[in-house]
Design a protein around this ligand. Sequence first.
Ligand code: GUN
Length: 295
Amino acid sequence: MAAKIIDGNKIATEIRQEIKERIAKLKEKGVTPKLSVVLVGDDPASISYITSKAKGCDEIGMCSETIKLPADATEMEVMGTVDTLNKDPGVHGILVQLPLPKQIKADNIINYISPEKDVDAFTPLNLGKLMRGEEAFLPCTPHGIYQLLIRTGVNLKGAEVVIVGASNIVGRPLTMLLSQEKDGLGATVTLCHVFTKDISVHTKRADVLVVAVGKANLVTADMVKEGVVVIDVGINRIGKTESGKAIIVGDVDFEGIKEKASAITPVPGGVGPMTVTMLLVNTIEAAERAVKSCC
Ligand code: GUN
């Protein structure tokens, strides 16, 4: 039987509908949630990501701004920008788009963002709280994946979850999130990385398989079991159509695996829209906390 297609656009729209009420309540108090994005340089993929973040804010009635710094900006200059945003009470969320140019150490910049405005949830404090299961901002892509799974009715308690790709943005925080013993979680999580000897040994065991590597066709149908739920985080541009439109595929062989899986996310239209939506959720959360702490 062909898999259910997990529609990220539909679930993202549902969540955006739910959070509109929270924005209205903040506006009644004279506060419009505001996200400030810092872009250093002009990497085309980064520009495309931040455009969708700004569009997401716009569409839902939130404020956003993009602060553009030149590709040769120094670490001190970027820190200065972050410092100004940290101190600005009108800014609720700060996002420094990664990757940063070589002369800038990303960790130094991330560590400088005020944890109360860290809507990416990249700072050591927010990641530490995630590890301990404390209330904190959740990193956007892992949170989006969690929402996709629970809103599709996937039972995570005791499930064998295999994550391929151990990045600080997706794989590692997702491992921490799904292994928590609360909120319908409690998965047994295996994290595969570049030193994993044979990923198929692990992927074949998965009830839920998450692939976040950035390699087209990394996982094929022979590497998964019947009935698996597949979340494909990859975004790979593999060429252009005759009309010049980019052809984008994920990390898994969608056509092959959809005949075997019980559910699967498409690329595009799966995880992507959820990441932006959870960023909006975190920015609203930051604005609500700011209102609470000042009144
Ligand atoms: N670059 C790619 N994904 C992300 C993300 O989620 N946040 C930031 N800040 N940069 C990114």
